[in-house]
Design a protein around this ligand. Structure first.
Ligand SMILES: C[C@H]1O[C@@H](n2cnc3c(N)ncnc32)[C@H](O)[C@@H]1O
Ligand SMILES: [Zn+2]
Length: 431
């Protein structure tokens, strides 16, 4: 294979290890050198990063990307009503083309706001994979399985998951991995969850699931199984280091202990939890107990965007209000959640999440010379509390430049917006 070099010159480099000034040499998909100065002689492409902050591409560990199509259709509702009366009836009209269009739009939004890896649970995932491939992003994708105790549905869901594993796992030059996506303990039978555990063990795949999102869920699971959602999942032998659970809002202290001892990874989704008034996850306590908590936006119909920079700020602010203590979840910690913890949650800690030699070149450059970031003083604070996704200028994933100086390279933004607009219009007119 022909080698291709890219040099990111004179940046302020910020990752979970701290801040330093320097340059970065990329060969093909990987970072091969980080030092105070690297000569541009003989390099194929030079990115001048003077006055820019270089961060690891952000990791969004829970989303439903194609739900961009439902942005703004059902706001200001509780989860149960939102799903039952609005979202699920609309989703009954989905098809592969619509999911592709919605996912492509989501990819544009993520690239433009500095996210390079995401964990997606939805439907028609081979079409979502196509969008990820074209966009140049990295993703873990799972078919969302719901059986409501119906054996026929269970078989169909498992069959679809197996089809997606076969078709998409390792796709897009290894940027796509497939996980198993049982929706939740209140929509999936015990049999389905047990089968998922078996498949995860057999194929070495991650499990992506919603758990303990609302008080109503805890009530339902307790009524049916006599235990809280995480205690129940542990009781059936479902939990392990390969499980990434979204939300984890309503937890007992014994369940926090279970999460820690089983090595379960969490995805905290503060905006969605606030918008649906689901509750406030005890993130600070979980982190103190040694649980890996990462960050996600949830779908763009309950957020209503995919901006991980905004999500970091909301996560930090929400913990401060929960504890009524402004020292809770400071900027450094929340930045770790959006980068290295996300990488750890997805089993990619050796590949992404920090800026280090040997890791993938998944990076975002932020313009520091913006009115909302002046005076440029405290990079991690400015990133979390003052910046937004709009301040991201240049993005690389797997060594490829996906956006340069605000211009998308891998996708045609105007075309993608039009495609999604017409898919959304067609879809909502059917419902
Ligand atoms: C994969 C499935 O998950 C649903 N979904 C989207 N957002 C949430 C949420 N916050 N909680 C539970 N389910 C959700 C999608 O609408 C789809 O039906
Ligand atoms: Zn979700």
């Amino acid at each position: 294979m022909e080698t291709k070099n890219t040099l990111v010159m004179d940046a302020q480099i910020l990752d979970a290890h701290g801040l330093r000034k320097g340059s970065l040499l990329i060969e093909n998909d990987k970072i091969i050198e980080v030092s105070s100065s690297i000569s541009p002689a003989g390099v194929d492409k030079v990115i001048n990063a003077q006055g820019k902050l270089l961060i690891p591409g952000l990791v969004n560990t829970h989303t439903h990307l194609s739900m961009t199509l439902f942005r703004g259709v059902a706001d200001d509702l509780k989860l149960e009503k939102w799903l039952n009366d609005y979202i699920w009836p609309l989703e009954a009209h989905l098809n592969g083309e619509y999911c592709y269009a919605g996912a492509l739009l989501g990819c544009v939004e993520m690239i433009k706001s500095g996210t390079t890896t995401f964990n997606d649970m939805y439907f028609y995932m081979d079409h979502v994979a196509e969008a990820v491939k074209e966009a140049g992003l990295r993703a873990v994708i799972s078919h969302g399985m719901i059986d409501f105790d119906d054996e026929e549905k269970r078989k169909a869901e498992i069959k679809e998951s197996k089809r997606i594993i076969k078709k998409c796992h390792g796709g897009a030059d290894g940027r796509i991995r497939v996980a198993l996506g049982p929706h939740s303990p209140y929509t999936c039978s015990r049999e389905l969850l047990e089968e998922v555990r078996g498949l995860a063990d057999e194929h070495g795949l991650l499990i992506h699931i919603h758990v303990a999102e609302t008080e109503d869920e805890v009530r339902q699971v307790k009524e049916k199984y006599g235990l809280g959602p995480f205690a129940y999942l542990d009781d059936i032998g479902f939990l392990g280091e390969d499980v990434i659970a979204a939300h984890a809002v309503w937890l007992s202290s014994s369940e926090i202990h279970i999460l820690r001892s089983r090595g379960v990874k969490l995805s905290h989704n503060p905006t969605s939890n606030m918008k649906l008034a689901s509750g406030v996850s005890p993130v600070e306590e979980l982190l103190e107990c040694g649980v890996c908590v990462s960050l996600g936006t949830d779908g763009p119909a309950s957020n209503n965007n995919l901006d991980m920079i905004e999500e970091m700020k909301i996560a930090a602010l929400l913990q401060k209000i929960k504890s009524m203590d402004p020292t809770s979840l400071g900027a450094e910690k929340v930045f770790e959640m959006a980068t290295i913890n996300g990488a750890a949650a997805l089993g990619m800690v050796d590949e992404i999440g920090t800026i280090e030699v040997g890791k993938k070149a998944d990076l975002a450059l932020i313009n520091t010379r913006k009115c909302n970031l002046a005076p440029w003083r405290h990079p991690v604070s400015h990133l979390v509390y003052a910046a937004s996704g709009c301040d991201v200028e240049t993005v690389l994933c797997d060594g490829e430049i996906l956006m340069e100086n605000g211009k998308l390279k891998s996708l045609d933004e105007k075309y993608v917006i039009e495609l999604a607009e017409s898919a959304a219009e067609e879809l909502t007119s059917k419902a």
